[in-house]
Structure formats: C-alpha cells, structure tokens
Design a protein around this ligand. Sequence first.
Ligand code: R5P
Length: 240
Amino acid sequence: MSQDALKVAAAERALTYVEPGMRVGLGTGSTAAKFVDALGKKVATGLDVLCVATSEATQSQAEKLGIRMSTLDETPFLDLTVDGADELDGELRLIKGGGGALLREKIVATASGRMIVIADASKKVDLLGAFPLPLEVVPFGLTATRNMITALAADVGCEGDIKVRMLGGGKPFLTDSGNLILDCHFGRIEEPEDLDEALKLIPGVVENGLFIGIADLAVLAGADGVTLLGAENGAEPTSE
Ligand SMILES: O=C[C@H](O)[C@H](O)[C@H](O)COP(=O)(O)O
C-alpha cells in the first residue's frame, strides 16, 4: 500500500467518528487534506457539519468541496478536530508544524472536546525528536530569540541546531499569522513536557510544535491495517 493510500485509510476511519450536527476542526497537511476530501464527499451526500479550518489552505480546500465553514470566533467550541502529525509517541504526545500551521492547529485542537490524530504508522516513534521541532516565532528580534533557544538547548543537553524555514528564492516561509518558523533539531526529546514549558518562557516564541495532553486518539494506518491508540470514546465539549 502506498503512503498516500495509508493516509486515505486513516482519514476514512477518522470520518466514522464524525456525527451529524458536529462542529469539526479541520487540520492541515497532506493527511488532514485526505480527511477533508473524505468529509467533502460525505457532505455532498447530505451530512451536515459545521467546520473551522486550521489554515488558509484548508479553508480554501473545504470551501471548494462545499463544506459549511465557520470561524473559531463564531464557533469557539468544537466537538472534534481531526489533524495529522509529524511524529507521535505512545503517550499521544505529538510534534506538529511541518506545514507551518502549528499555532492555529493548537488553538483549534485545544478548543475541541476531542482531537483525533491521523497518520500513516511510520509517524509513530518511541522518542520524539527525529523530526525537527517547528517553533513559530515573531520576526522582531529574531537573533535574540534564536540565541535564547540555543542557550535553552544547551541547558537541557540538546543539540540545538536551528534553521529559519525558507521558501525558494531566499525568502523566509511566513505562517498564516505572518510569523517565521524555526526548525529546531533538539535531538531525541527525553522530556517533552520540560522542553515545552521552557520554550513557553521565551518571549519571541509564539508557539512550539509539541502537542502534549491534547490528542485523545490516534488512527494509524499501516500495512497490517488501521490501529487505534488512545481513548475511543471522546470527552464532551468543554462548554456550549
Ligand atoms: O503544520 C502542519 C501540520 O502540523 C501537519 O499536520 C503535519 O505537518 C503533518 O503533515 P502531513 O500529514 O503532510 O505529514
């Protein structure tokens, strides 16, 4: 089975958790896009859901498919968000942001009663960190912010190789919120909670790609079929 087919398999399984009338957060990236495609097909046959996108790209894809869209301001409590991940471990801790959407993704997932992660099984790792951790940082004071991240990495005994994400032509990648992405090779992250807390204390860092305590269920598609990791039954939305 191709990686593409695995992404479709995970997306289609996640679709079985969507019920009529739900408010659904739509993730970003190639796997989340498969879910949006599958959801679009269901909507075309009559499923009524109201969705909030985690990026301009997903917004545009969903609109083209005729999915009824809202904003997080209009619909601040969602029942479910379905999104991809760059890595996940056995405790459903994730690295996200390979597509640069981590900030909106974290806001939307946190506003959801439940988050389901969809991925091909190769994304599951024992220890996070082979995938460089994306940080969304404000452009102002980039050098100072970067120095603080390097110092932090040294403190926690990490490698700390940091790269500004670039587009072609020497231009930096800008997020939907107009910020930069730093891809940080911290090496294997033994204590993700500690790193997350430490990164939150650096003023120029808007958000980091560690999602801890946010995902409830992972739907992983591999050669042997789909496996589930986490709680099959979701929590209630935090409020109406
Ligand atoms: O910023 C992007 C997101 O966090 C994606 O969900 C993540 O990078 C996984 O993307 P993909 O499904 O394309 O591997």
